[in-house]
Write a protein that binds this ligand. Structure first.
Ligand code: FRU
Length: 518
């Protein structure tokens, strides 16, 4: 559709340009016509939307949950749109993505930094560029951010320690714990470990200190599987595993299963997050428990809306955590499934409303473009009207007016001729019996020269002046002969013929018979 409009627009523009080259005034019209659509397009700008950038460090299940919570909450804010970019665990990529968001002048940035120090400079750049920054889930150090919404990682670590101590108490000996961590420089890795160690230290005086070893699983199931497998092969005495997320916990369980030195399920495992696969793993007995790590995308969006509306907001929102074990995993899973169903329904509603919105938008666009086109054609017609009117005027001036003047002149001449003819005829009629009636006499009466008398009498009567006078005298003579008792001789004398014989000759020539024969 838009291609057709573009073609039409280019065509009209081309035609108008050709006209404009020939006519100065047309140039103004062309300018108006080309300017008009821009003007209308400007007026038809859709209602302003807040463009919210989301920079996600990864695209795992936990983040998918967070993203869908944000999209769902966004339904309440139709003036906001989300643009999400995922860095797939790369600090460089995430920095570049944040920088491009800055150059796109987004209205707000929501960022979950991959690794704290590495991504912090880009976050600071956005903040310094005047973009409000909400740090979600993974903190950045310093003060260059607007708000934080995220879980309590230290508390997660403490829950891990509590679980370790609980296991140790049951075994009644110092136990060997394998910790599987996320990326070494990401905030949750550091804070969860710190929280765990601090909590263990607190109890160290009353309880035995467990042996803690760490391997890196980079937040990924496969990485965790490889790292744990390698460790187990050389350490046959691991009692329990604490993984810093559910995916790494499941990867660790698979490593234990595949390691000959350990019977399947012989090593209790704890995860973090409480995502569906984690709960499922607890229900299945693959892992023993997990620490819930809420994502609350809804709260993030609500905070964004408050910031954009200049309303008061909570700068530091720390979300609570709790331990999920087999006792509550099942009901939680059921609850999740129900919510998932709600989410799906909501998603369908969202898609429907989006497509309806798109329909309205495209309907509006078509209406606007049609109005613009009607406007163009109206002005085009007006332009051509003015243009052709000007041309007609020019043509009238150049060709018809001179002709009209000629006609007018001819009419005036004709009128003068008619007046002259009447006067001349009257003089002739009044002086038919006057022997002085001749060309000179007429010239003196009409104030014209001999030549002018000859030319004009000829023009009016088709005869020379003398022939005309003779003709009038013969007609008067005929009248006299018919209506009076006058003789031929008397009539010839009265009408100034030089002799009766000459009169008789002229009479016969004119009437074809003799005057005596009447
Ligand atoms: C997902 C994730 C979660 C973890 C969180 C910490 O990307 O690795 O599993 O709890 O990030 O930021």
């Amino acid at each position: 559709m838009s291609a057709i409009y573009a073609f039409l627009f280019a065509y009209v523009k081309e035609k108008l340009y050709l006209c404009a080259q020939n006519d100065g005034n047309m140039r103004k019209i062309v300018f108006i016509l080309l300017f008009l659509p821009l003007l209308l397009a400007g007026c038809s700008c859709p209602q302003h939307k807040y463009h919210i950038a989301v920079s996600q460090c990864l695209d795992d299940a936990w983040r998918e949950k967070m993203n869908s919570e944000m999209s769902r909450e966004l339904l309440l804010y139709p003036d906001m749109t989300l643009h999400t970019r995922i860095a797939y665990g790369s600090n460089e990529l995430q920095c570049a993505q944040i920088d491009s968001f800055i150059s796109e002048h987004v209205d707000l940035l929501i960022v979950s930094p991959n690794e704290t120090e590495e991504v912090k400079p880009a976050v600071s750049r956005a903040y310094q560029a005047g973009i409000p920054v909400i740090v979600a889930d993974r903190r950045v150090s310093g003060d260059e951010w607007t708000a934080f919404v995220g879980g309590d990682n230290v508390r997660v670590g403490e829950l891990m320690a509590d679980w370790i101590l609980q296991k140790q108490r049951a075994m009644q000996r110092p136990i060997h714990v394998l910790e599987v961590t996320g990326l070494p420089n990401s905030a949750p890795t550091i804070l969860r470990h710190r929280g765990m160690m601090a909590q263990l230290q607190t109890y160290a005086e009353q309880e035995m200190m467990p042996v803690i070893d760490s391997v890196m699983g980079s937040w990924m199931k496969d990485d965790a599987y490889r790292a744990v497998t390698a460790y187990l092969c050389t350490h046959p005495d691991v009692d329990i595993i604490v993984a810093q997320n559910d995916l790494m916990a499941i990867g660790s369980a698979e490593a234990v299963r595949d390691c000959d030195a350990y019977p399947e399920g012989s090593v209790p495992i704890m995860g973090v997050d409480g995502i569906v696969v984690g709960l499922q793993a607890i229900v299945n007995g693959t892992i023993e428990c997990t620490a819930a790590y809420p994502s609350r995308g809804d709260m993030i969006i609500e905070t964004a809306a408050r910031i954009l509306a200049n309303e008061p907001f909570v700068r530091d929102t720390i979300l609570e955590t709790l331990l999920i074990d087999a006792g509550i995993a099942n009901p939680m899973l059921a609850q999740y499934r129900a919510r998932l169903h709600d989410l799906e329904t909501l998603h369908i509603v969202q898609l429907q409303s989006e497509s309806r919105w798109q329909q309205i938008q495209s309907g509006r666009t078509i209406l606007i473009v049609s109005l613009v086109l009607v406007g163009i054609f109206f002005f085009l017609a007006l332009g051509f009207l003015i243009y052709s009117q000007r041309n007609i005027k020019k043509e009238i001036k150049r060709e018809i007016l001179p002709q009209l003047e000629e006609v007018q002149e001819a009419i005036q001449l004709n009128q003068r001729d008619v007046a002259f003819g009447e006067r001349m005829k009257q003089i002739v009629e009044d002086h038919l019996t006057d022997p002085n009636l001749n060309v000179e006499f007429l010239g003196s009466q009409l104030a014209l020269s001999r030549t002018q008398i000859f030319r004009r009498v000829k023009a009016i009567t088709g005869k020379g002046p003398l022939d005309y006078i003779r003709e009038r005298r013969l007609i008067r003579a005929d009248e006299l002969l018919r209506t009076t008792d006058m003789t031929v001789q008397q009539v010839a004398m009265q009408l100034c013929f030089s002799s009766p014989g000459y009169f008789t000759k002229c009479y016969k020539d004119y009437f074809g018979k003799l005057p005596s024969a009447r």
